[in-house]
Structures are given as structure tokens and as C-alpha cells.
Design a protein around this ligand. Structure first.
Ligand code: 5AD
Ligand code: SF4
Length: 465
């Protein structure tokens, strides 16, 4: 028997890249590859790249520089190392990668990675293989299911892609170009995937998509189902204790999603709802197609359905034309909403997007200052939110042993890490924890005294926080 070949995947960027990387591992395990933690001893290195901001894109070329040395070392010791670039930079800059980086053997876009085995075979003949088309066939129909041992090794929380691509065309964003038009997977396929995960120990499912609440996949009745209806169906699957979804657009929050938050205890009351800016003028220039008022109304609808709901967001500072007043409006909106967490980014012009042509750029110094102020505000909101947990008893889904010996770490409904001293058999269970203190972003507590269900009971738990 041939010894297994070693595969190292490095993923950048969003949750979907994490998910795609796992599916690449599943695909290549059928070709005799096993994962290795280091690039140096790998027979195949895949960089699963992100194109969302310039900084993310640049990382690819610097990593390829390092890999060139590793590839030469391997060749000197009589071993062949192949290098593939996957993900959104591959999609956007495929030809350029081939030109700029002779070290690369394979370039494969996000909709074509089910062809990796074929592309590798082509590369083994000495040719360089590139595939960045949006193939007519659906990659999900070709991707092998993960093996039970792979699912178990990945832990108790899993992502499932339900929707891919985006038709919104925000003027700053590359996603509609790199991930393509919006496509939703059929309900039955998603249910099969979730059942398989739940049967193999997964307790938390996060449905992912670039614009996940634009989901409109074919339902089991042949009709198009919205995300809320899909969530209702998935909540019925035995073993699923917690459900989440990400990332949502404010304009696609329809009633079944609000109803899902009202009806489903397993659906976590924590919603990532990017707003990008608090200025109507900038929102219009971004082609977000909603106003600040619209956004606040959406937040109110969620809050009316579930009082303990909390929000996170994405913000861009320094979008072309953003004045001090526009930025103040962003601070004001964040203050009004009160976020549990948020990401903020400096605007980064992306080639091929409409905003990259806009002339009224904001100076680097202003961008730095605005980013710092917004991040300061968000940090203080996040600390206040975390501090508010102290003294409360909250449900925690335990995930793994922590670095500190004897400690087990899990997450609250709001994705706050929570540590307790306990035995490892609580991993996979949702248990109430009395929160005693906060250390940076982590909550520390003790299992609440009544919280020791037998394993048989706990495996039936279908409720979250
Ligand atoms: N510059 C800065 N941030 C961006 N994002 C998307 N495109 C850009 C860009 N060109 C941010 C948005 C989005 C998040 C994933 O990344 O805030 O919600
Ligand atoms: Fe990009 Fe999100 Fe806008 Fe789609 S909705 S274009 S993914 S920012």
C-alpha cells in the first residue's frame, strides 16, 4: 500500500473558507491525503485565500514567498511538494498568480474545488492547472461527505453552507465577483448534512452564506423556503442543541426569521447584522439600499420577538466621501444600538468594484483616527455586555479542554468563551454556569449545582440558552 500523502491547508478570511477547507480535506482524503499541521513536510500545500481587503490579499504573495523556500528544500531531499492557491484571490487573480508565482502548481476558485483531484493529476504531469470558471454543475453534488471520524475530530460545532454568492453589489465589496451569483442549496440536502453531523456528535450548527438570509432554497414541498422555515426544519433534527446563522443583510429579514427567533429555543439570540455605516448618505453611496431608520426598525423587530437578543455588526470607516459628520452618525448609531461585539475595518479599495473609482478618498490619518474611536466605543460596549453576565447563571455549550489544566471551555449563547473546572465528560453538553468573573474576553464560572444530567438525558437536549 502507498503511504498516505500529507496535506496542509492554510485558510484565511471568513467562516465559509473554514468550511471549504474542510470539504477540500474530505475530497482529498479520497485520494489518500491526510492532514499535517506543518507546511514543511507536506506533499500538497493549499492556501485558501481571502480577497475582501487588500491586506488579506497581500498575505498570499508573502506566504508564497515562504513556500518557495520550503518547496526547494523538499526538492533537495528528493521530495516533491505541490502548491495550490484556492479561494477568492484564486478566483479574482488566477492568471496573475500563475504569472507572478512560478511556485504555484494549481489555482482553483471557490466554485471548482471539487475538481481538485483532477487538477492535481494534471499538475503531476508537469503542467500548471488553473480553474476559475463558475462551472454549470453544483460542486455540492460532487463533494464527498465527511467521514464520521473526521466529523468527530472537528468538534461539536460545525458550519453548513446553505447559500453562496451575493446579488447585492455593495459598491465596496468583491464578493459578488469572487463568489458569484447567489445560489441556495435545497432543504433536503441541508437536512441530510445536518443529520450526519448530529449523528456524529455535533451539537451546534451554524448555517453560513455570504448573504444567508437571502436563502430561498427548494423546500421539501417543492416550493422556495426562506431561511426562517429552514431553521424551523433543522431545529427538529435530534441532537441539534444550538442553531446559528451568518451573515445577514438587513433588507432580507423576513417574517419567518423573526418567527424562528420567537419560536425556536435552539436558535441562539445573537445575530450578526452588519450595518457598515450610520450615515444615510454613505449607505446610499455604498448601495446598501437601506437607511439608518430601516436598520433600526429591523433591530426593533428582532427585539420584539426575543428580549434577550444581542447584535454584532461590521463597520467600514473611511469609505470615499465619508465626512466627520458621517462618521459621527456611525458612532451615534452604534451608541443607540449597543452592540455585544462588532468588527470595524478601514475602507480598502478593491479592483473592479465601483467604490474603487470614487475620487473623494479619506486620508490615512483620518481613517486611523476613526477606526480607533469606533473600536474604542465597540470595545467598551463589549466589555459592558460581558460584565453584565457576572453574577448570572447562563447556559454554556462545552466544546473542549482549555489550556489551563482541569478547565473546560464552552460558549454562551452570545459566543462568549466560558471556563469552568470540570471533567471532560461535559464536552458536548449544554449546562448552566454561574458566572463569577471576567478575564479579558473570557467568562469564568462554576457549574450550577443542579446541573449534572446523566449523559443519556444530556444527549437529548435540544434547547440552548
Ligand atoms: N474595505 C473594507 N472592508 C470591507 N468589507 C467588505 N469589503 C470591504 C472593503 N473593500 C467588510 C464589510 C463586510 C466584512 C465582511 O468586510 O464590513 O461586512
Ligand atoms: Fe458584499 Fe455583503 Fe454587500 Fe453582498 S451584501 S455585496 S457580501 S457586503
Amino acid at each position: 500500500m502507498k503511504p498516505p500523502r500529507k496535506l496542509h491547508i492554510k485558510s484565511y478570511g471568513c467562516q465559509m473558507n473554514v468550511y471549504d477547507a474542510q470539504r477540500m480535506v474530505d475530497t482529498l482524503s479520497g485520494e489518500g491525503f491526510v492532514e499535517t499541521a506543518s507546511a514543511d513536510d507536506a506533499d500538497l500545500v493549499i492556501l485558501n485565500t481571502c480577497h475582501i481587503r487588500e491586506k488579506a490579499s497581500e498575505k498570499v504573495y508573502s506566504e508564497l514567498g515562504r513556500l518557495r523556500a520550503a518547496k526547494e528544500d523538499a526538492a533537495r531531499s528528493g521530495r516533491e511538494m505541490r502548491i495550490a492557491v484556492a479561494g477568492c484571490v484564486a478566483q479574482a487573480e488566477g492568471e496573475e498568480i500563475i504569472r507572478r508565482a512560478p511556485v504555484v502548481d494549481v489555482v482553483v476558485g471557490p466554485q471548482s474545488y471539487h475538481h481538485l483531484p483532477d487538477l492535481l493529476r494534471r499538475a503531476e504531469t508537469g503542467a500548471r492547472a488553473i480553474e476559475t470558471e463558475f462551472p454549470a454543475e453544483d460542486k455540492f453534488a460532487f463533494l464527498p461527505q465527511p467521514r464520521p471520524d473526521a466529523i468527530r475530530a472537528r468538534g461539536i460545532s460545525a458550519f453548513v453552507t446553505v447559500q453562496e454568492g451575493c446579488d447585492k453589489f455593495c459598491t465596496f465589496c468583491v464578493v459578488p465577483y469572487t463568489r458569484g451569483a447567489e445560489v441556495s442549496r435545497p432543504v433536503a440536502k441541508i437536512v441530510d448534512d445536518v443529520k450526519r453531523l448530529a449523528d456524529n456528535g455535533v451539537r451546534e450548527i451554524t448555517l453560513i452564506g455570504q448573504n444567508v438570509n437571502a436563502y430561498h432554497g427548494e423546500g421539501t414541498d417543492g416550493r422556495s423556503w426562506p431561511l426562517g422555515k429552514l431553521l424551523h426544519r433543522i431545529a427538529e433534527i435530534p441532537g441539534v442543541a444550538r442553531l446559528r446563522y451568518s451573515t445577514s443583510h438587513p433588507n432580507d429579514v423576513e417574517e419567518s426569521l423573526i418567527a424562528a427567533h420567537r419560536d425556536l429555543p435552539a436558535l441562539m439570540p445573537f445575530v450578526h447584522l452588519p450595518v457598515q455605516s450610520g450615515s444615510d448618505r454613505i449607505l446610499a453611496a455604498m448601495n446598501r439600499k437601506h437607511t439608518v431608520r430601516d436598520y433600526r426598525k429591523v433591530i426593533d423587530r428582532f427585539r420584539a420577538a426575543r428580549q434577550d437578543i444581542a447584535f454584532s455588526s461590521d463597520f467600514i470607516v473611511g469609505f470615499p466621501g465619508e465626512t466627520r459628520e458621517d462618521f459621527s452618525a456611525t458612532l451615534a448609531l452604534a451608541t443607540q444600538i449597543g452592540y455585544a461585539a462588532a468588527y470595524s475595518f478601514k475602507y480598502s479599495p478593491r479592483p473592479g468594484t465601483p467604490a474603487a473609482e470614487m475620487r473623494e478618498t479619506v486620508s490615512a490619518a483620518d481613517m486611523d483616527e476613526r477606526l480607533e474611536r469606533l473600536q474604542g466605543l465597540i470595545d467598551s460596549q463589549q466589555s459592558a455586555f460581558n460584565k453584565a453576565a457576572i453574577g448570572n447563571t447562563v447556559d454554556v455549550l462545552f466544546e473542549r479542554a482549555a489550556r489551563n489544566p482541569g478547565q473546560i471551555v464552552g460558549r454562551t449563547a452570545y459566543l462568549q468563551p466560558a471556563h469552568v473546572m470540570a471533567s471532560a465528560d461535559i464536552i458536548g453538553q449544554v449546562l448552566p454556569v454561574r458566572i463569577d468573573s471576567l478575564e479579558r474576553y473570557s467568562l469564568l464560572g462554576e457549574l450550577a449545582p443542579s446541573a449534572h444530567p446523566t449523559p443519556a438525558e444530556s444527549s437529548q437536549t435540544t434547547t440552548g440558552a
